[in-house]
Design a protein around this ligand. Structure first.
Ligand SMILES: NC(=O)c1ccc[n+]([C@@H]2O[C@H](COP(=O)([O-])OP(=O)(O)OC[C@H]3O[C@@H](n4cnc5c(N)ncnc54)[C@H](O)[C@@H]3O)[C@@H](O)[C@H]2O)c1
Length: 381
């Protein structure tokens, strides 16, 4: 079988989910290529060495530039914080490598646009890891919408709630906490959490054309791990926004890291003339469906679909009906689709250009939060 020789950059949380996907790919899917874990790269050499042993990488690098020149690497998998996406992705495109990049594509639209230009100019296959599209229940929601079961959409409602930054003692900057440092992350919950909701929303319900937002930074100063000084906090701790979709429906989005009791509550609901859909990440094997059209009124009601049957998206690749899969499989499903696209030449979504549209919405949201007015997103229709 053909090999897909991987050089993965960044051995944190996402380094693990991507490495797991590469390792499991051929246990569950037969997309025509086999991932070979050639090199792991992290600026922290000790961490990278331990990671290589755990996940089975052949060699360790501490400078990602080495991977670009390496003839034995086909694919660069970017799992570093947002500030490093653009530089690595552009170099990888120029070196003719296949690229997987974590979300959000970049810190800003200005940073993301040259990335799109670089991959399109080089003609290299590219993927941005908005993995939630490939949770089977969300893929099934897309199928039901495409089958016309929801009818004209009126409302799209979604949130992503956490509670881990409530304490003012949590510092900003450095490992994992780069998320609180606006220079490293670009934005707070908007780019980190809502980018996922926005990608899923535009996947299910089409382009978002205008937004009006209210953002808040509850803790104004935090110790910076890298400088050792107390510094102003530049990220949005919470973000609420209203959106207009090109199809005429209205959207309501909320994200915060101050929702005491919630670790990763992520929900969505779509209400249409002929039906509604509901999803909750904490019960990710279910899709709730209300069918209005074609059902007699005395038996109409919400139906809970246990998305584990062979005919449900991806599920025939795993166990038997009734048995569930988890968070990690969304990465595996995305990788399998991507590798199949490499083989067939089909276009994979979401690619860099698609992720640029999400970046545009994020940026419009942040701008609206600052200026207190409606902002056009400029998303491609
Ligand atoms: N798809 C998802 O659901 C999801 C979830 C979490 C994070 N992410 C995204 O994944 C990316 C990484 O997040 P994470 O949670 O894995 O971060 P993390 O802090 O857990 O890990 C980042 C790793 O990158 C290394 N690193 C930093 N700069 C580097 C450089 N220039 N060269 C090499 N290594 C470098 C760090 O040492 C660290 O080991 C971010 O863009 C984030 O937004 C996506």
């Amino acid at each position: 079988m053909k090999e897909l020789r991987v050089g993965l950059v960044g051995c944190g949380f996402m380094g693990r989910t991507h490495s797991n996907a590469h390792r499991r790919l051929n246990n569950f899917f037969q997309p025509g290529r086999r991932s070979v874990l050639k090199a792991i790269c992290d600026t922290n050499a000790e961490k990278a060495q331990a990671f290589a042993e755990t996940w089975g990488y052949e060699r360790v690098e501490t400078d990602w530039r080495k991977l670009m020149q390496a003839p034995d690497i086909d694919l660069i998998d970017i799992c570093v914080p947002n500030f490093a996406h653009a530089e690595i992705a552009i170099a990888a495109a120029q070196a003719g490598k296949i690229i997987i990049c974590e979300k959000p594509l970049a810190r800003s639209v200005a940073e993301a646009e040259p990335m799109v230009e670089a991959v399109e100019k080089a003609g290299v296959p590219n993927l941005v890891m908005f993995n939630y599209r490939r949770v089977p229940a969300i893929s099934l929601a897309k199928q039901l919408i495409d089958e016309g079961r929801i009818g004209r959409p009126y409302h799209y409602r979604t949130n992503f709630l956490q509670d881990w930054t409530i304490s003012a003692d949590v510092p900003q900057g450095g490992d994992a906490l780069w998320r609180l440092d606006v220079k490293a992350a670009g934005s707070g919950v908007t780019g980190d959490l809502l980018a996922h909701n926005i990608d899923t929303a535009m996947y299910l319900n089409g382009p978002i054309t205008r937004v009006v937002a209210r953002t808040e930074t509850f803790v104004k100063e935090r110790m910076h791990t890298l400088t050792g000084k107390v510094e102003p906090v530049g990220i949005d701790d919470a973000c609420l926004f209203i959106a207009e979709f090109a199809n005429g429906s209205l959207g309501l989005f909320e994200s915060t890291r101050y929702a005491r009791g919630h670790k990763a509550l992520k929900t969505l609901e779509l209400n249409g003339a002929d039906g509604s859909l509901k999803f909750n990440l904490e019960e990710m094997e279910y899709l709730d469906y209300f069918q209005y059209a074609g059902v007699e009124s005395h038996v109409r009601g919400w139906r809970r679909i246990h998305v584990t049957n062979g005919e449900h998206p991806y599920m025939s690749k795993y166990w038997v009906p009734g048995l569930v899969i988890g968070y990690e499989h969304s990465f595996l499903n995305a990788l399998a689709d991507f590798v199949e696209c490499l083989e067939t030449g089909r276009k994979f979504q979401p690619d860099f250009r698609c992720a640029l549209q999400t970046q545009k919405v994020c940026e419009a949201v942040i701008q609206s939060g600052k200026e207190g007015r409606w902002v056009e997103t400029g998303v491609e229709l």
